[in-house]
Design a binder for this molecule. Structure first.
Ligand SMILES: *Cc1c(COP(=O)(O)O)cnc(C)c1O
Length: 369
C-alpha cells in the first residue's frame, strides 16, 4: 500500500473551493505586493500568536535574516545557536558577516542545551537564536536566565502553535521567525515567512527593512532588501490559519497513537520515541524517533513505500561551508549521535489509522517482530 511522509493533497481537497475563491479575489484586484491581504493576514497572525506586531516576509530564512539585521548584527559579532538545526539558522548569521557560535543540543528535546550557553557568551555576543526544533518549544525560561540582556530571536520556523507554559512561541523572545514553507504546520503555496515582536520600534524597523530600508518615497534610511510576503500567499494562509489548530491536534493524536502502537508491538526497546515535554506544547511538525540501525531501517521502509526522512544528517559544524569556523568531529557529541540516529516518520493529520498501523507493522517486520 505505502504511506507518504506528507500528503498535502489531502489537506487541500476540502479547502479547494475556498482557497481558489481567495486566489481569485487577489487576481481580480491585481494587487500582488503587500496591500490589504497581507495587512489582514498580519493582524490575524498577530492575534493567533498573541503578539503586538507581525511582519509578513518572503521566507523563514528571510525572517531570520531581517530579524538579525534589525538588531544590527554584522561583522565581528557573534550569535549563539544550536549545532543541530536546518541550515538557514546559521546561514542568516553568516550572511551578515557575523560568526555562528555553536552549542550542542539536549538529547531529549533536540533543542539547544541551555547549560552550554553561558560559557559561550562573550563581549561580541549580539543575539541568541534558539530553535524550537520539530515543533517543540526550547526551554525558554532557562534560556532567558542564561541570556541576561542579550536579545533572543526565536527560530520558530517549525513551531507555529507551540507554546511555553501556555504562552505561544514567537512572543517569548525579542523577535520570532516563522516559515510558511509548504511542509510546515502552516504552509503556503510557495515560500513565505513572518517576524513577530512585541516591540513597536523593532516592528517599524522590520517594515522598513523589508522594503529596501525605504523611509520615504525613494528615500532609503538604511540598506534593507526585498523581503516582502506576496498577497497571494497571504490570501492562502488566511484560510489555512483557521484550520491549523485542528491540524496540530491531529498530529498530537497521531503521536499518541504511535506511542500505543509501538508499545503494543514491543518496539519500545528498539526505538526512542519523541518526548513531548510538559509545558512545551509540542506540535509534531516532525515525529522524530531515534534508532540505532537507522540507515538500514530507512532503506527497508523506502523499499516498502513508507516515507521517512533524516533531519538532519550533517550537523552545522561539519558542513563544508563552515570549515573555517574551526570546529571538528567530536566537538558536539550529542548532535553527532542524533544525526546518526534520527528518523522522521509520517505524522500528517490526515493520515489514517490503517496507515499508522502499516508504518508500525513495517518497522516491526524489520526488527523481526
Ligand atoms: C524551514 C526552516 C527555516 C527556513 O524557512 P524557509 O521558509 O524554508 O526559508 C529556518 N529554520 C528552521 C529550523 C526551519 O525548519
Amino acid at each position: 500500500m505505502g504511506v507518504p511522509l506528507l500528503d498535502l493533497k489531502r489537506q487541500y481537497q476540502p479547502l479547494r473551493e475556498e482557497i481558489r475563491a481567495a486566489v481569485d479575489r487577489v487576481c481580480d484586484e491585481q494587487r500582488f505586493i503587500l496591500g490589504p491581504e497581507v495587512e489582514a493576514f498580519e493582524r490575524e497572525a498577530a492575534e493567533a500568536l498573541a503578539v503586538e506586531g507581525a511582519v509578513g516576509v518572503s521566507s523563514g530564512t528571510d525572517a531570520l535574516l531581517i530579524a538579525l539585521m534589525a538588531l544590527g548584527v554584522g561583522r565581528g559579532d557573534e550569535v549563539i545557536l544550536p549545532v543541530f538545526t536546518f541550515f538557514a539558522t546559521a546561514g542568516a548569521v553568516a550572511r551578515l558577516g557575523a560568526r555562528p557560535v555553536l552549542v550542542d543540543i539536549d538529547p531529549v528535546d533536540f533543542c539547544l542545551d541551555i547549560g552550554d550557553v553561558a560559557g559561550q557568551l562573550t563581549p561580541c555576543t549580539r543575539a541568541i537564536l534558539p530553535v524550537h526544533l520539530f515543533g517543540q518549544a526550547a526551554d525558554m525560561e532557562a534560556l532567558a536566565q542564561a541570556a541576561g540582556e542579550i536579545p533572543i530571536v526565536e527560530d520558530a520556523a517549525q513551531a507555529w502553535g507551540a507554546s511555553y507554559h501556555g504562552r505561544p512561541v514567537g512572543g517569548l523572545g525579542r523577535m520570532g521567525a516563522f516559515s510558511f514553507f509548504p511542509s510546515k504546520n502552516l504552509g503556503g503555496f510557495g515560500d513565505g515567512g513572518l517576524v513577530t515582536t512585541n516591540d513597536g520600534d523593532l516592528e517599524a524597523l522590520l517594515r522598513q527593512l523589508r522594503m529596501h530600508g525605504q523611509s520615504g518615497t525613494y528615500e532609503h534610511a538604511r540598506v534593507g532588501g526585498n523581503f516582502r510576503l506576496d498577497a497571494l500567499q497571504a490570501a492562502v494562509l488566511r484560510i489555512k490559519m483557521r484550520h491549523v489548530n485542528s491540524w496540530i491536534e491531529g498530529r498530537r493524536a497521531n503521536a499518541a497513537r504511535y506511542a500505543e502502537l509501538f508499545a503494543q508491538a514491543g518496539l519500545d526497546g528498539e526505538l526512542v520515541l519523541p518526548v513531548a515535554v510538559e509545558g512545551r506544547g509540542h506540535t509534531f511538525n516532525q515525529y522524530v524517533v531515534r534508532v540505532r540501525r537507522r540507515d538500514e531501517l530507512r532503506a527497508y521502509l523506502a523499499e516498502r513505500g513508507v516515507g521517512a526522512a533524516v533531519y538532519y544528517p550533517l550537523p552545522l559544524h561539519l558542513q563544508p561551508c563552515f570549515r573555517d569556523l574551526g570546529y571538528g568531529e567530536g566537538d558536539f557529541p550529542v548532535a553527532e549521535q542524533a544525526s546518526r540516529e534520527v528518523l522522521a516518520l509520517p505524522v500528517f493529520p490526515e493520515m489514517t489509522p490503517a496507515e499508522q498501523e502499516e508504518v508500525v507493522g513495517t518497522i516491526a517486520a524489520f526488527f523481526g517482530r
